[in-house]
Design a protein around this ligand. Structure first.
Ligand code: URP
Ligand code: ZN
Ligand code: ZN
Ligand code: ZN
Length: 471
């Protein structure tokens, strides 16, 4: 038996913070003790004693939205499961949920097997899968039931990307009915892709080819409209709905209104939508804005989306914060869209920075310490059927633990100070008033004071249950 004792820290949960010691045996948290307690023997005799005095002891981060090595936009996301999960570990994330992708004509069971093959033996931290349904038909609807029994209990549909992942309203309705019957969670990319494609074509015809016009051809109205439509379709079917990567305040207002009516609708946002903007990043000179081309797009700061999104985290209408980590290098990948923004592969990498960026929200007085843990760890674990194994520090839970130093500092510097496989950082120049000190994944110290001790293959597939406590 390998025992780890974390001493003197403040254990933070979604509901409160307390000075407590934490005892880990092998892969599992066995006790959370009053400081100095010797109830389970002499803690100092543990193989590893971590002094967490003055620091926060939090559940390992759960990033429920990543795309390692996703084939997309004529290329492939630049982080593999190996490099991406290592970067996640550096940043205090100990579980990711990535997406297996079904394209038209494929069997969902086959695509899931393909994604298992990509991840198996490669991951530094635990991982699960959602399934993207890119072809809603009788066979894939039946396949959803099979996937649920294999621990893939959530499904993403797209109202955007006609000809790639797009589903029409009838297909969405059917998939929602099936998800509802199975007790699975339906995730939605809510943007009106049919209308967007017209605006994109018109922008290019006008000669508006720079990255900035990616943003203006995906206006907030078409996110609000699709969000509203998805909510209404979900209401008709009675199925719960999880709207991914929400960037428009108006879309969140739709979610908040539905929640106010008692509908089971949940919003996810991402750090890029809280910190970055259409004007400053997408509108950067020349081709630079390509670094921040993602969908939904970054929104105008002058319209106040960023502040409103923070507010919706406080009110609970944003239930979780994920990264939508989908990195592409500038060289040769983003550059596919030189002279035509519609050919820039969509996505931003950030799996390494989520815990820090959201902690900065605590330091800035935007959210509480407990809300930080809730939206980054506990609720994602709960909503995606991993609680209480993940997302909480309590006896019986997997020993996924981060010791976080609120007095430390993290510079997201110019050049390669990060560990993601990207030739730039979307958050270059950001200074964070906090630092990930120690990261434990299922009882193994994988990051310790700037040293990486993890290994590919430590991470295991998490067979997820159905979502819990969705109301
Ligand atoms: O731009 C994005 N978000 N790329 C990843 C794919 C998706 O839609 O989540
Ligand atoms: Zn999406
Ligand atoms: Zn309406
Ligand atoms: Zn995504």
């Amino acid at each position: 038996m390998t025992r780890i004792f974390i001493q003197g820290g403040t254990v933070v949960s979604a509901t409160g913070s307390q000075l407590l010691d934490v005892l880990v045996d092998d892969e599992t948290i066995v006790a959370v003790l009053q400081p100095g307690s010797t109830a389970l023997g002499d803690p100092a005799a543990a193989a590893t004693v971590i002094d967490a005095t003055g620091k926060y002891v939090i559940p390992g981060g759960v990033d429920a939205h990543t795309h390692m090595q996703l084939p997309f936009g004529g290329t492939e996301a630049s982080d593999t499961f190996e490099t991406g999960t290592r970067a996640a570990a550096w940043g205090g994330t100990t579980t990711i949920v990535d997406f297996a992708v079904q394209k038209p004509g494929e069997r969902v069971q086959d695509t899931l097997a393909l994604w298992h093959g990509k991840a198996a033996g490669q991951c530094a931290i635990d991982y699960g899968f959602h399934q993207i349904i890119g072809d809603v038909n009788a066979e894939s609807l039946a396949g959803m039931a099979e996937l649920v029994s294999e621990g893939v209990t959530s499904f993403k549909l797209f109202m955007a990307y006609p000809g790639v992942f797009y589903s029409d309203d009838g297909q969405i309705l059917r998939a929602m009915q099936q998800a509802g019957d199975l007790g699975a969670l339906l995730m939605m990319h809510a943007e009106n892709g049919i209308a967007i494609d017209v605006l994109v074509e018109q922008a290019l015809q006008r000669g508006d080819t720079a990255p900035y016009f990616h943003g203006t051809s995906r206006p907030w109205e078409l996110e609000e409209e699709a969000t509203h439509r998805a909510i209404m379709l979900a209401q008709v079917t009675g199925a719960p709905l999880y709207v991914v990567h929400v960037s428009a305040k108006q879309a969140l207002e739709q979610i908040a209104t539905a929640r106010g009516r008692g509908q089971n609708v949940f919003g996810e946002t991402c750090p890029q939508y809280l910190y970055l903007s259409l004007e400053e990043q997408l509108g950067a000179p020349g081709f630079e804005g390509a670094k921040w081309v993602c969908s939904t797009p970054l929104r105008a700061r002058e319209q106040g989306h960023q502040d409103e999104l923070w507010r919706y985290i406080r009110t609970g209408d944003v239930t979780s914060v994920a990264t939508d980590h989908c990195p592409f290098c500038l060289k040769d990948q983003k550059e596919l869209g030189l002279g035509d923004f519609s050919k820039i592969p969509n996505g931003i990498g950030g799996v390494e920075h989520r815990m820090d960026l959201m902690f900065q929200g605590v330091k800035d007085g935007r959210i509480s310490l407990e809300r930080w843990v809730d939206v980054c760890c506990t609720t994602p674990a709960r909503m995606f059927g991993m609680y209480p194994r993940k997302g909480v520090i309590s006896p019986g839970a997997d020993a996924d633990i981060v010791v976080y130093d609120p007095n430390g500092h993290t510079s997201i510097g110019v050049g390669k100070t990060h560990h993601m496989n990207m030739d730039y950082s979307a958050y270059e120049g950001f200074e964070i008033d906090g630092r990930v000190d120690t990261v434990i994944s299922r009882g193994r110290v994988i990051v310790d004071n700037g040293a990486y001790l993890g290994r590919a293959g430590h991470g295991r597939f998490v067979k997820r249950a159905l979502s819990q406590n969705l109301i």
